[in-house]
Design a protein around this ligand. Structure first.
Ligand SMILES: [Zn+2]
Length: 150
């Protein structure tokens, strides 16, 4: 199989935890995201656990790992059969900027995305562990994309 461009799920809502961005996930200790990953998988398998949903399409997501420079990094990923219209759905084989331009009339960032970022910030601020946050400007050089074998 060839290499396929994939887009990451930028944020998910995890039951009993709340909204978690892809950056939050990557900032967690291996034990923390490992525990959440196991609980999501348990729930999917019909046991006690946690449901995590994509913040864009509300389809269920799980945590997979991607190795970057030999280090395993956690990422949210849709289960198969999720909404293919989700802007974060994996497997779109077009350049991300082209996809964004097509989706958002060339603005490169949807209003929804902007609002979602602000919402995530507001929700995070409710958490007792909250320190601070800023919603950055959209920057195309920071496109959240990775390449993976399949
Ligand atoms: Zn989604």
């Amino acid at each position: 199989m060839g290499r396929k461009l994939q887009r990451i799920v930028e944020a998910a809502i995890i039951e009993r935890i709340g909204p978690v961005t892809a950056q939050d996930l990557m900032a967690m200790s291996d034990d923390s995201w490992g525990l959440i990953r196991d609980q999501i998988t348990d729930r999917r398998n019909g046991k006690d656990g946690l449901v995590a949903r994509c913040l864009a399409c509300e389809c269920e997501v799980y945590i997979r790992t991607s190795k970057t420079r030999g280090i395993a990094r956690p990422l949210f990923q849709h289960y198969n059969g999720s909404d293919p219209d989700c802007p974060w759905f994996q497997g779109r084989n077009i350049k991300p900027d082209a996809a964004r331009a097509a989706q958002y009339q060339g603005k490169q960032e949807s209003n929804f995305h902007r609002l979602m970022c602000e919402l995530v910030g507001e929700l995070a601020a409710l958490d007792s562990r909250y320190i601070k946050h800023t919603v950055g400007q959209y920057r195309s050089e920071m496109v959240p994309v990775f390449w993976t074998g399949c």
